[in-house]
Design a protein around this ligand. Structure first.
Ligand SMILES: CC(C)(COP(=O)(O)OP(=O)(O)OC[C@H]1O[C@@H](n2cnc3c(N)ncnc32)[C@H](O)[C@@H]1OP(=O)(O)O)[C@@H](O)C(=O)NCCC(=O)NCCS
Length: 219
């Protein structure tokens, strides 16, 4: 599925289960040593997807340790993103020379629990929810909004290196063409001479999941 959202120059890999026999590097083992089984599995398969995607770009397998804010640390010259939810794992990577940043997210295609939409949506997003719901009931639009906002954070963080709350970006989902845009509502940091003031991304709803992806080409 993730490949339908991110084509070349990105490499993207997803899996619907956790294959047996996947090895972690010792330093990754050490990181995950005290985790419960669910966490160990998502971490391990996420790394497996990431290393498979890196191999497609010609990069050898290396440890991919979490940084100080849980962000995955990539080899020199690489940008990437990892997501996992029950029954789905994915990773996407690109060469820094070709891709500025990437953020991916997957969620079950099910409505969010009561109160979540109100907690994560800004007024403009809440106002558009009715229009989205009128476009069809095969997509849990509130969950898709949540996913798109998490993809925004994952694309934002490696560049900005700062927190971005759910109230700090406004996402507009296009129900017809599988795209969305995100407008950053806080003073945008300037990174590599460019104001980080928004993103465009793509989404799909399939196989019981909503998946969102942002990949910004390098300038
Ligand atoms: C970090 C966050 C986005 C992860 O999303 P999630 O739905 O909980 O979990 P997912 O499985 O999709 O993603 C987890 C992966 O995100 C990646 N990740 C975690 N922190 C990250 C960060 N700061 N920057 C980039 N990627 C990050 C990691 O690879 C992690 O997997 P791993 O720990 O196995 O390596 C979420 O927990 C969070 O903190 N959200 C609040 C910030 C936010 O979304 N703001 C919205 C702005 S509009």
């Amino acid at each position: 599925m993730i490949r339908d959202l991110l084509g070349p120059p990105m490499a993207a890999v997803d899996l619907f289960d956790d294959p047996d026999g996947v090895m972690l590097f010792p330093e990754e083992e050490e990181h995950i040593a005290r985790a419960v089984d669910k966490r160990r599995k998502e971490f391990t398969t996420g790394r497996h997807c990431a290393r498979t995607a890196l191999a497609e770009l010609g990069f050898p397998p290396v440890p991919l340790l979490p940084g100080p804010k849980r962000e995955p640390t990539w080899p020199e010259g690489v940008v990437g993103s990892i997501t996992h939810c029950k029954g789905y794992r994915a990773a996407a990577v690109g060469r820094k020379s070709e891709v500025w940043t990437v953020g991916i997210d997957a969620e079950p295609n099910e409505p969010t629990p009561d109160g979540v939409l109100e907690a994560i949506a800004v007024p403009g997003e809440l106002a558009r929810m009715g229009e989205l719901r009128a476009a069809g009931d095969k997509v849990a639009w509130d969950r898709l909004l949540f996913s798109a906002k998490e993809a925004v954070y994952k694309a934002w963080f490696p560049l900005a290196r700062t927190w971005l709350g759910f109230e700090d970006a406004e996402v507009a989902i296009n129900p017809d063409d599988g795209t969305f845009t995100a407008r950053i509502l806080v003073e945008p940091p300037v990174v590599d001479g460019v104001a980080l003031d928004g993103f465009t991304g793509r989404w799909l709803a399939r196989e019981g999941f909503v998946v969102t992806a942002i990949a910004v080409p390098a300038r």
